[in-house]
Design a protein around this ligand. Structure first.
Ligand code: ADP
Ligand code: MG
Length: 906
């Protein structure tokens, strides 16, 4: 298709007058395609959605489906590919996941109507829906346990650039908006993690200039007009159902962002009303600021590899409903900064953590509650079915039951008491009405009927009886016709083309074509081995059945509409119920977690304390437990006085547990301010306003920045933005450059954190030189990961002790990693010489090159791999602990001791 065609004057004429040059259908296609730029067009033809031209090429590639052709356009074959309607959802899912946007174009009139207009005019078609990553409402396209946000970033150009961000989950109706300074944009976007992000080219340029990177969402550039705050006002006023929202309640930037968001969202639904909730205006200071790099390094919602498995969220998520899972993820992404609010959440968690029986009952009841919000949205968007009605009835019933359970709580903290009240107030009348009308297990779609309960509508029951009675009459007729014709195998059958018909084997058919039967039987069709007929009586019966069926369908459609309206009328109450259900699920889940994992309630206040006893890293703990080892707990005390927080400088060998220790403390702070219990035996945390966590030497090839540049950009961000209330975790920064550069930068950074920022900080480093800073910096102390040396190998104790590491054990770690003995031996030689020279005052690592010039080249004379065989190792290697009986285990211990004694003696 993209092949270059030589210039042809006739062709350019054809391009100017497409109506002349193309078939009517192609003309219609091109017109619709032109009206929806940037979208793949799913063009409905019969039972397929067809794609043409470039769309076809893109889709066939992306979906792995065959590219064919259909007719010609301007002398060229038209590439085409198609997906069957019944499987369209799966293909859509793939395309959306790849970041494509799809316009669904349906036939919007009866083909008969088109025929009336003249033989050649195509059936009228129109785009009924734009499917994009941020505007999904269908359950099977959405992540069940995650939010799906569409976000719009507006820039206010008045002197200094300021921003506003609006975001909404179209599937749940949640809508939020916030003003942002340029420096906050990246953090907020990282927190919200939108599926699709709208902005203008100018905004993108400004952000690029300020080195602000946009998140990994589907990006959509909109024209500047889309962000017009004047036009937005009307849109804001009219967009939130019956509720009047005053546009002047929002800043100009917020209006612009909301305007772009609403415009795009409405366009995507092509006229269907959106079920959005009035926007909540956020305040970025209300929650702990966690920038994108920190989220990545702490693996809060997903791991660095992009999986949920292995993240903090996956580790702590004990929710049992999709809405609860979504709320927990949102809370973990935005821990609070208000101690009172945090403690209210903790009160609730504590009440449930302490009452296992109630917790179990609550979680059991919650498990049965369907996704109320999303069902509600689908019904409001006219995309719902009878099952959504059932879901709403079930959710109300569940809420009522949960309200009763909470009512039984002997002592209910304010939060739980309030939840109990909201849940008890769920609209029970609506549930009763829905339950009375809709079958227990209805079909997915309302179109085919068959979902209204027997006994709900007398007329419907009448029509149904008629239809079924008539079926009995058909059976009777068949028996009579068999008797009359004496053809045993005569059958009355039904198909979509002929309707009801009489079928007999071909051999008997002639009989019916002759007198006297010819009078009754009218021939319809001759098949290879059967003949089909109809009779006047059968045709009459068929009419009756069809009429009854039609009438029934009409009544069911009315009942459905009536029930949907009843649901919509209760929207506000249902949303409150849904919110309360999600919140209870989160609280019950955290209570369960606290009890199951021995988490403790943190003391959270406005001090500058940071005192953790026996802290654990929840994810690493699970990992080591899988290896049947136990996690070594560690204390931390970074509490500050009036002059500032304390800094712990942590040294120790690679694999000693430094990174784990650093991160666990950041995670404990985040969990505490989320309102969760924490993995420790006690914790006292003064509100942390920002957490920074950086790991040195992590390349960002995709971002086109070198290791060292990444480190420095991120370190700069910390030094510029951390406050005295912040918690800073720096893990081996200064690695990505020459030793002296790195050491110097690390040195200066520690000093700046201590003297200027004065925050609480943990600093792990491989530069042992830094430990001498403890002499001059009063609030800095040295800590090290304990190791034990045993027969030339290191054993990591994972225990943090005061003091400094005497050595870095690099060679021992290399040995563990399986470096060849020859190389290890040579490394030991080099190290010995370096250490001797350095001790003799000949300078350290910086002048190594000169020192090593004299190093004798005896690598090739190395003795062959020394076989320091330790029989204990072989014995241990042979052991399979899981297969030992207790008796065998104790015998093994004796044997090991014996072997050790033997080794000592030799
Ligand atoms: P470092 O940063 O010092 O190189 P890590 O923190 O990456 O070390 O830890 C290395 C490994 O040691 C971890 O993957 C984990 O298996 C284990 N480990 C670390 N801390 C502990 C601990 N407290 N208890 C048990 N195992 C630990
Ligand atoms: Mg490390």
């Amino acid at each position: 298709m993209t092949e270059q065609v030589p210039f042809d004057p006739e062709q350019s004429v054809a391009e100017l007058v497409p109506a002349v040059a193309v078939t009517p259908m192609m003309g219609q296609f091109l017109e619709i395609k032109a009206a929806n730029p940037g979208y793949l067009l799913f063009y409905r033809m019969g039972d397929f959605y067809e794609m043409f031209f470039e769309d076809a090429e893109i889709a066939s590639q992306a979906l792995g489906i065959v590219l064919t052709k259909r007719g010609k356009h301007q002398g060229q074959d038209i590439p085409m590919c198609g997906v069957p309607i019944h499987a369209a959802q799966d293909y859509l899912k793939k395309l959306i996941a790849l970041g494509h946007r799809v316009a669904i174009c349906e036939q919007v009139e009866d083909p008969a109507e088109a025929k009336k207009r003249g033989g050649k005019s195509p059936v009228r078609r129109d785009v009924v829906r734009l499917v994009t990553r941020g505007t999904l409402t269908e359950d099977d396209l959405l992540p069940a346990r995650g939010s799906n946000f569409l976000a719009a970033l507006a820039m206010v150009r008045h002197g200094e650039a300021a921003f506003a961000l609006a975001w909404a989950d179209i599937s749940t109706g949640e809508t939020m908006v916030i003003d942002l300074a340029a420096a906050e944009v990246a953090d907020e976007l990282a927190r919200i993690d939108p599926a699709e992000l709208l902005f203008t080219e100018l905004t993108r340029e400004m952000l690029a200039e300020a080195h602000i990177r946009l998140p990994d969402a589907a990006h959509v550039k909109l024209p500047t007009e889309a962000f017009d705050s004047e036009l937005a006002a009307a849109l804001i006023r009219s967009s939130f159902g019956g509720e009047a929202v005053d546009p002047t309640a929002f800043s100009r930037g917020q209006r612009a962002a909301l305007g772009a968001l609403l415009g795009y969202a409405f366009e995507s639904q092509k006229g269907k009303p959106l079920a959005l909730r009035p926007p909540t205006a956020g305040d970025s200071a209300a929650h702990m600021a966690i920038d994108a790099a920190t989220r990545g390094s702490l693996e809060l919602l997903q791991t660095q590899r992009g999986t949920r498995q292995g993240s903090l969220l996956a580790e702590i998520d004990q929710t049992v409903t999709p809405a609860g899972a979504r709320l927990l993820a949102q809370r973990l992404a935005a821990p609070l900064c208000d101690a009172a609010e945090i403690n209210r959440r903790l009160d609730d968690v504590e009440a449930l953590a302490g009452d296992a029986v109630l917790g179990m009952k609550l979680r059991g009841a919650l498990k049965a509650v369907p996704d109320l919000t999303r069902a509600l949205t689908r019904l409001a968007l006219d995309r719902g079915g009878p099952r959504d009605l059932r879901a709403i009835a079930a959710a109300i019933a569940g809420a009522t039951e949960l309200g009763v359970l909470l009512g039984n709580l002997a002592y209910a903290p304010d939060g739980l008491a309030a939840l109990g009240k909201v849940l008890s107030a769920a609209p029970k009348n609506l549930a009763a009405a829905l339950d009375a009308a809709i079958d227990e297990e209805p079909p997915l779609s309302a179109k085919e009927g068959g979902f209204v309960r027997q006994g709900f509508d007398q007329r419907l029951d009448g029509e149904r009886r008629l239809a079924s009675e008539t079926r009995a009459v058909v059976a009777a007729l068949q028996a009579r016709l068999i008797a009359e014709t004496d053809v045993r195998s005569l059958k009355i059958r039904h198909n979509g083309v002929l309707g009801y018909f009489v079928e007999v084997p071909a051999a008997q058919g002639t009989k019916l074509l002759e007198e006297p039967l010819k009078q009754t039987f009218i021939h319809r069709q001759t098949m290879a081995n059967a003949m089909r007929f109809t009779t006047a009586e059968l045709a009459e019966l068929e009419g009756r059945i069809a009429r009854a069926h039609e009438a029934g369908l009409e009544i069911e459609a009315k009942v459905f509409a009536q029930m949907v309206n009843a649901v919509i009328a209760e929207t506000e109450a249902l949303r409150q119920t849904a919110d309360a259900l999600a919140e209870l699920d989160v609280t019950a889940g955290l209570g369960h977690l606290a009890a199951a994992r021995q988490f403790c309630r943190p003391r959270v206040d406005n001090s500058l304390a940071f005192e953790i006893e026996a802290g654990r890293h929840p994810v690493v703990e699970t990992m080591v437990a899988a290896e049947r080892e136990s996690f070594v707990t560690n204390d931390a005390d970074l509490s500050g006085g009036p002059e500032g927080g304390s800094i712990w400088l942590v040294t120790g060998p690679n694999m000693g547990g430094k990174s784990t220790f650093l991160r666990q403390n950041a995670l404990i702070a985040i969990l505490a301010q989320t309102g969760s219990f924490v993995p420790a035996s006690s914790a006292h945390i003064g509100i942390v306003d920002r957490v920074f966590s950086r790991v040195g030497a992590s390349d960002d090839i995709g971002g086109g920045r070198s290791t060292f540049m990444v480190e420095m950009v991120e370190t700069a961000a910390i030094l510029n933005r951390a406050t005295q209330r912040s918690l800073v975790i720096l893990d081996e920064i200064g690695r990505g450059t020459a030793t002296f550069d790195g050491l110097s930068i690390a040195w200066a950074t520690v000093e700046a954190l201590h003297n200027d920022t004065r925050c609480r900080a943990l600093f792990a480093t491989h530069f042992h030189e830094l430990t001498s800073l403890a002499k001059t910096l009063r609030r800095l102390s040295n800590h090290t990961m304990k190791v034990r040396e045993w027969e030339g190998e290191v054993v990591f104790l994972h225990e943090v002790a005061t003091g400094t590491a005497d050595r870095s054990y690099g060679i021992q770690v290399a040995k563990l990693a399986g470096l060849p003995e020859r190389v290890l031996g040579r490394a030991r030689q080099v190290l010995d010489i370096l250490e001797q020279r350095s001790a003799a005052g000949q300078g350290s690592s910086g002048r190594t090159a000169g020192v090593l010039d004299d190093l004798p080249l005896f690598a090739h004379q190395m003795p062959p791999k020394q076989a320091s065989v330790n029989p204990l190792h072989d014995m241990l290697d042979a052991v399979r602990p899981d297969e030992l009986t207790p008796r065998e285990a104790i015998e093994l211990v004796y044997e090991l001791k014996k072997a050790r004694d033997a080794a000592r003696r030799s």
